[in-house]
Design a binder for this molecule. Structure first.
Ligand SMILES: Cc1cc2nc3c(=O)[nH]c(=O)nc-3n(C[C@H](O)[C@H](O)[C@H](O)COP(=O)(O)O)c2cc1C
Length: 226
């Protein structure tokens, strides 16, 4: 899979490191359980779940033994480093200690993420985890963030707390589902507009000018104290 990503000219490999379980015991999960009992085996054959996905065409899945196993170790990151020249970004880093380990293992960037609360929904908001990761990384590699970013003001706060960039998931998917490409464009436009308004209200003329103090020291310190 790594080789295929390289062959497709991907410059960066984003590797999710914290999702070892298929989900959690949440009400949301039960709400979307399938009730239709008709057979869908032609497209959704559980035995051949991956083989039926185009992204796995021609991939050797013989040794693949399931996505959800707690086999992740830091040695795997070292191995990845050896087999590829792509930049390696780890997704799912939310603590100071893990951020330090990322630096020790030569990772090129981190994404502070809880996958939008889809894997674990009772931990800290990623915005609350951000300061300790930013402190540990100390400007050495990019610190990206996602999960729950719904407004430009959310983006503003992340940038003020030291994030290099912000990712969105469902915010654009909802636009896509409702209005196709136009919906995605509108979702992005709204986020940009709200970010601009927030910048105007604090006097930040560029992204670089978004300062920690502009969100109030008490917010910054209360997040750092955790
Ligand atoms: C339908 C769906 C499937 C996802 N699958 C994965 C996945 O396989 N691996 C992963 O790291 N994150 C996955 N994510 C999480 C997203 O990559 C992203 O971190 C998250 O959606 C950001 O939060 P937000 O949706 O609140 O913006 C998925 C998200 C959604 C909505």
């Amino acid at each position: 899979m790594v080789r295929r990503a390289e062959d497709a000219s991907c410059p960066v490999l984003v590797f999710t490191v914290d999702q070892h379980l298929p989900g959690q015991n949440s009400e949301t999960r039960f709400k979307y359980v399938r009730k239709d009992t008709r057979s869908c085996i032609e497209c959704h054959d559980p035995e051949n779940r991956l083989k039926n996905k185009r992204m796995f065409d021609h991939a050797n899945l013989d040794t693949y033994d399931g996505a959800y196993r707690s086999k992740m170790t830091w040695e795997i990151i070292g191995k990845l480093r050896q087999v590829t020249d792509m930049k390696i970004v780890l997704k799912g880093i939310v603590t100071h200690e893990d951020a330090q380990l990322c630096l020790e293992h030569g990772v090129d960037g981190v994404i502070v993420s809880n996958h939008g609360g889809r894997a674990q929904e009772t931990g800290l908001a990623t915005l609350s985890s951000l300061p300790e990761v930013v402190t540990a990384i100390d400007g050495k590699i990019p610190v990206m963030i996602d999960s729950g970013f719904r407004r430009g003001t959310d983006i503003y706060k992340a940038l003020a707390l030291g994030a290099t960039s912000v990712g969105i998931g469902r915010t654009y998917l909802w636009g896509l589902a409702a209005f196709g490409q136009k919906g995605v464009e509108r979702a992005l436009e709204l986020l940009r507009l709200e970010l601009q308004l927030a910048m105007m209200s604090t006097g930040a003329r560029t992204l670089k000018e978004i300062s920690r103090t502009s969100i109030g020291n008490s917010m910054h310190h209360s997040l750092l104290k955790r």
